[in-house]
Design a protein around this ligand. Structure first.
Ligand SMILES: [Zn+2]
Ligand SMILES: [Zn+2]
Length: 316
C-alpha cells in the first residue's frame, strides 16, 4: 500500500512552519509532493518574467553578488562548519552565516546539516536520499528534495546543533529569510527606480534577477554536488561511494567540486587538496582565520595527501 500523505493543512502550514506536524512526514515516501513544494516551483516559474522585465547592469550585478554571497554561506557555513565542524566560529557568526545560507531557499541549517551527515554515513547505500545510483540523475539532483521522505529535519543526526535555539528557530521558520530577501530586492529596485532612474531598473526586475534567478542558480549549482559530482569526473581515491572530482562543479560552487577528496577526508576544511584545485571557500576561510574571525581550520593529514597522489604539502 502506498504511504499516505500528510494532512492537507499540515502540508500548507509547512510553507511557513516546517517543524509543526513534521512527525507525520513519512520518511519512506519518495513521491514528489507538488503542493508542499509549490513555492519552490513558483520560484522557477517567476524567472520567466524576465521576458517582460528585461535586464539592467545593476540587476545582473545584484544577481551575481547574491549568488556568490549565498553560495559561500552554503559551503562555508551549512557544509564545512555545521555539517562537518571542520573549523570553529563564534556563535553569532555561525548564526549570521546560517541566516544568509537560509535565504537561499535550501531549507534550514539543521535540515541541511542532518541530511548531509546522513549522506556521508550512507553514501550510495539505502537511506542516502540523493544517490544518483539509487534515485537516478534527476532524482538525486532535485526531485529527492521535493519528497516527504526528505521533508523532516533529522534532529537525531544533529544533536550538537539542536542545542542552539537560534539555529532551531531558523530551521523551523525556514521560509522567512528567503521571503525577507525577496521583499528587500523588490524594495531596492523600487528605490533605485525612484532615486536613480538612469540605472534602468525597477522593483519587479530586481525581484526577478536579484532573488528568483539568483536563488534558482544557487540551488541548482549546489545540487550538482549531489548529482553530477557523484557521476562525472575523476577519482583520486578509491572510496566505497561514487564521488568524483570535477573542476567545473568546483568553479560554480566555490570549491565544492573536489567531492572525491571530500568523501575521503570530510573532516578537513579544504576540499581542493592541491594548490591548483580551485577552492575559494578555503582561501576566504583562511583570510577570516588570519583576521581572527574563525579558528581551528582542520588540515588534511599528509598520509591522506600521499594516498591520493598529492605531493605538495599545501593543505597539510
Ligand atoms: Zn557526496
Ligand atoms: Zn560533506
Amino acid at each position: 500500500m502506498p504511504p499516505s500523505p500528510q494532512p492537507l493543512h499540515l502540508r500548507l502550514l509547512a510553507w511557513f512552519d516546517t517543524h509543526t506536524g513534521a512527525a507525520t512526514c513519512d520518511d519512506h515516501d519518495h513521491r514528489v509532493d507538488w503542493l508542499r513544494t509549490l513555492p519552490f516551483i513558483l520560484l522557477h516559474l517567476v524567472c520567466f518574467a524576465v521576458l517582460w522585465t528585461g535586464v539592467s547592469l545593476v540587476a545582473a550585478m545584484v544577481c551575481l553578488a547574491l549568488f556568490g554571497l549565498r553560495m559561500f554561506a552554503i559551503t562555508a557555513v551549512y557544509h564545512r562548519l555545521l555539517a562537518h565542524r571542520s573549523y570553529d566560529a563564534p556563535r553569532w557568526l555561525a548564526f549570521l552565516g546560517a541566516l544568509v545560507a537560509n535565504s537561499s531557499g535550501q531549507r534550514g541549517p539543521l535540515w541541511w546539516a542532518a541530511h548531509h551527515r546522513i549522506h556521508h554515513r550512507l553514501s550510495d547505500e539505502d537511506g542516502d536520499l540523493h544517490s544518483p545510483q539509487r534515485a537516478g540523475l534527476l532524482g538525486s539532483h532535485v526531485l529527492w528534495f521535493m519528497t516527504p521522505g526528505a521533508f523532516r529535519t533529522r534532529l537525531e543526526a544533529v544533536p550538537d546543533l539542536a542545542r542552539r535555539r537560534e539555529l532551531m528557530l531558523l530551521d523551523r521558520f525556514d521560509t522567512l529569510a528567503p521571503a525577507a530577501l525577496a521583499g528587500g530586492c523588490f524594495a531596492l529596485g523600487w528605490a533605485l527606480e525612484t532615486w536613480a532612474p538612469g540605472l534602468g531598473t525597477n522593483g519587479m526586475q530586481m525581484l526577478v534577477w536579484g532573488f528568483c534567478i539568483s536563488t534558482v542558480l544557487c540551488a541548482h549549482a549546489t545540487f550538482t554536488v549531489n548529482s553530477l559530482a557523484h557521476t562525472w569526473g575523476s577519482r583520486a581515491y578509491a572510496t566505497s561511494d561514487s564521488s568524483r572530482n570535477n573542476w567545473f562543479i568546483a568553479l560554480i560552487t566555490l570549491g565544492e567540486g573536489w567531492h572525491n577528496n571530500h568523501h575521503r577526508y570530510p573532516a578537513a576544511t579544504a576540499q581542493g587538496f592541491a594548490w591548483w584545485q580551485y577552492d575559494p571557500t578555503l582561501w576566504i576561510l583562511r583570510l577570516f582565520a588570519a583576521l581572527g574571525l574563525v579558528s581551528g581550520l582542520k588540515p588534511v593529514p599528509e598520509r591522506i595527501l600521499r594516498e591520493g597522489g598529492y605531493r605538495n604539502k599545501d593543505q597539510s
